[in-house]
Design a protein around this ligand. Structure first.
Ligand SMILES: Cc1ncc(COP(=O)(O)O)c(C=O)c1O
Length: 487
C-alpha cells in the first residue's frame, strides 16, 4: 500500500508549501510567545522533575497536529529551558544568537544539503570554501591556507592534532608512544581527549605552567621542549590557547610559534573562545602570532554569536589536510569515478561524512550585518567584563581574580571568619542555590586547588548593572547559606 496523501503532506514538497509555511510560522510564533514569558535564565528544575514530563510522553501515540505537539513541548522542555539571552545567565560559553543566523537555519534544514560532496551541495561547497578562505585571510594564514567547518571546538582540536600527529610522524618516523603535546595547564580538556583518541601514550600531554594572568609561560614551554628532547621523545605539537575556557587568557602566540618552529613541533592555536577577536577592530592585535599557526580552531558558536553547531578548523598549508583524506567508491572515488577531473568534495578535508551546511549561518550573518558589526558585539562583551572587573575590585564582598583578556570573571565570596577551605565548601552550594532560584546562572571551576565561581559574559545586551545583580545574587546566596548554618 503506498502512503496516503494525508501522510505525504508531512513531506516538504512544492505541493505542500502551504503546510510547511503554516507549521514553520507556528513554530516561530510559539518560540516568540515562549520568549515573551521568560522571567529569568532558568527555573531551577532538578533532573528528576525535568525527566518526568519527558518520560510521560508515549512516543507510540502521535498527536497528529503541530500545534498540539508544540504545546506539549512547553511542559517537556521550553517552560524550564535555559535562556542565554537573559542578563542573569553568566555561566558557560553559550551566546545569544543573531537573527540572520536563525534565518539561515530555516534554509539549512529545509534544503538539507550535505556538505560532504559537491553533488549534494553544489554552491554550498563554494559558500563554505569562500568563508573558510575569508576567515583564513583574517587570521593571516597565507595563500596556501584552507580548512573545513566542524561540529565544534572539540572536533576542530581533534582534527588539528590528527594532522599534527601524521605530519610529525611522516617527518620523523617516530613511534606513537614517543610523541608529546605541550599545552598550558589551562588548555581545554579536549586536547587530552584527542591525544587518547589518536593513540598517544597516557603521559603524552604535558601541562606547561602559566603566569599570574594564566597565560602559558614561554620560558616554561622552552624548558618543557628541551626536556622532551633530552628524554628522547618528540615534541609533536604545541597547543597555544587563544582564550582559555576558565580565564579567557590568551597564551603568548609569537613566542609559542618561535619555540614550536625551533623544535620542529606543529603549532595548533585553539581560538575556540578568542576567535571572535578576528573581527574586532579594537582588539584584533591580541591574536597577533595566530598567522604562524599550522592549524587553528575557531568556534563561531561562541564569540561569533552563531547557533550550535558552527565551528571550523583552519590550516596554514592545505596539503596537510591529506592526512584525513579517505576515499570510498560510492562517495569520493580516488580516481574521480571515471570523470577527467575530480569533483571538489569537502569530505576529503573532514572527519565527518554527512555534514550540515552550518557555514550558511555565518554567511547570512556576514551578508546581513557584516564582520565589523559582529566584532562590535565581541568588543561589547569584553568591555563589559573589564568594566565589571573594575567594580568588583572595589567590592569587599567578593575576591576577584586577575582582569580578563576576554570576558570571563572568577570570584569568591568573602566574609569575616571565612577561611579559604570554608569558601571552597561554600562555592558549589552558592552555585546550586542560584540554579534553584532561577534568577542567575553561574559556573564554577578550580584554580590552584581552590574553588571559584565563574561568570562567562557573552551577552552584548547585558550591562554592568546586570553583572552586579548576578554578584548581588551570589552574595545573598552565600549570606543565606552561612546564616542558615549559624542558626
Ligand atoms: C578553549 C576551548 N577549546 C575548545 C572547546 C570545545 O568546544 P566545543 O564545546 O565547541 O566542542 C572549548 C569549549 O568551551 C573551549 O573553551
Amino acid at each position: 500500500m503506498p502512503p496516503t496523501p494525508t501522510l505525504l503532506r508531512h513531506v516538504l514538497h512544492p505541493a505542500h508549501v502551504g503546510e510547511y509555511a503554516t507549521a514553520t510560522r507556528l513554530a516561530v510564533d510559539h518560540l516568540s510567545t515562549a520568549l515573551g514569558r521568560v522571567r529569568g535564565p532558568a527555573t531551577g528544575l532538578d533532573p528528576e522533575r525535568a525527566a518526568k514530563p519527558v518520560r510521560d510522553v508515549d512516543l507510540d501515540a502521535p498527536l497528529g497536529c503541530t500545534a498540539q505537539a508544540l504545546a506539549e513541548l512547553d511542559r517537556v522542555w521550553l517552560d524550564d529551558t535555559v535562556w542565554f539571552h537573559e542578563p542573569g545567565y553568566a555561566a558557560h560559553l553559550n551566546c545569544p544568537v543573531l537573527i540572520p543566523s536563525l534565518v539561515a537555519e530555516v534554509l539549512v534544514s529545509g534544503v538539507n544539503a550535505s556538505l560532504d560532496t559537491f553533488d549534494q551541495s553544489v554552491g554550498g561547497t563554494f559558500v563554505e570554501r569562500h568563508l573558510v578562505d575569508w576567515v583564513c585571510e583574517r587570521a593571516g594564514l597565507g595563500p596556501a591556507a584552507d580548512g573545513v567547518f566542524t561540529s565544534g571546538g572539540t572536533q576542530s582540536n581533534l582534527q588539528g592534532l590528527h594532522l599534527a600527529r601524521d605530519h610529525v610522524r611522516t617527518r620523523t618516523g617516530a613511534d606513537l608512544d614517543r610523541l608529546r603535546v605541550l599545552v598550558s595547564a589551562d588548555g581545554h580538556y579536549s586536547v587530552q581527549r584527542s591525544a587518547r583518541l589518536l593513540g598517544l601514550s597516557p603521559d603524552a600531554v604535558m601541562a606547561v605552567p602559566v603566569d599570574d594572568r594564566r597565560r602559558m609561560r614561554p620560558e616554561a614551554l622552552a624548558d618543557a621542549l628541551t626536556r622532551v628532547e633530552a628524554e628522547g621523545a618528540v615534541p609533536m605539537a604545541v597547543v597555544a590557547t587563544a582564550g582559555t575556557t576558565d580565564h579567557g587568557a590568551i597564551d603568548p602566540l609569537v613566542p609559542a610559534a618561535d619555540l614550536a618552529h625551533e623544535h620542529g613541533a606543529w603549532l595548533h592555536v585553539d581560538a575556540a573562545y578568542g576567535g571572535g577577536l578576528l573581527v574586532s577592530r579594537r582588539r584584533r592585535q591580541l591574536l597577533d602570532g595566530i598567522e604562524r599557526a599550522d592549524s587553528v580552531t575557531v568556534d563561531f558558536h561562541k564569540t561569533w554569536f552563531q547557533p550550535v553547531s558552527c565551528s571550523a578548523v583552519l590550516v596554514r598549508d592545505r596539503a596537510h589536510l591529506r592526512h584525513v583524506t579517505a576515499h570510498a567508491d560510492y562517495l569520493n572515488p580516488a580516481d574521480g569515478g571515471g570523470l577527467a577531473t575530480r569533483r571538489p568534495d569537502q569530505v576529503d578535508k573532514s572527519l565527518q561524512t554527512t555534514r550540515r551546511f552550518d557555514a550558511l549561518k555565518l554567511w547570512l550573518t556576514l551578508r546581513v550585518m557584516g564582520a565589523d558589526a559582529v566584532g562590535e558585539l565581541v568588543d561589547a562583551v569584553v568591555d563589559l567584563a573589564q568594566a565589571a572587573h573594575q567594580r568588583l575590585r572595589e567590592d569587599d564582598r567578593v575576591e576577584v581574580l586577575a582582569a580578563p583578556e576576554l570576558s570571563t570573571l572568577l570570584l569568591r565570596p568573602v566574609a569575616p571568619g571565612l577561611d579559604p577551605a570554608m569558601v571552597d565548601a561554600l562555592v558549589p552550594r552558592v552555585r546550586a542555590a542560584l540554579w534553584d532560584g532561577g534568577e542567575h546562572v553561574v559556573a564554577a571551576t578550580v584554580v590552584d586547588g581552590r574553588r571559584w565561581l565563574k561568570l562567562t559574559l557573552l551577552n552584548p545586551m547585558a550591562g554592568v548593572e546586570d553583572v552586579m545583580s548576578v554578584v548581588d545574587g551570589i552574595v545573598a546566596a552565600a549570606d543565606g547559606l552561612l546564616g542558615t548554618e549559624a542558626a
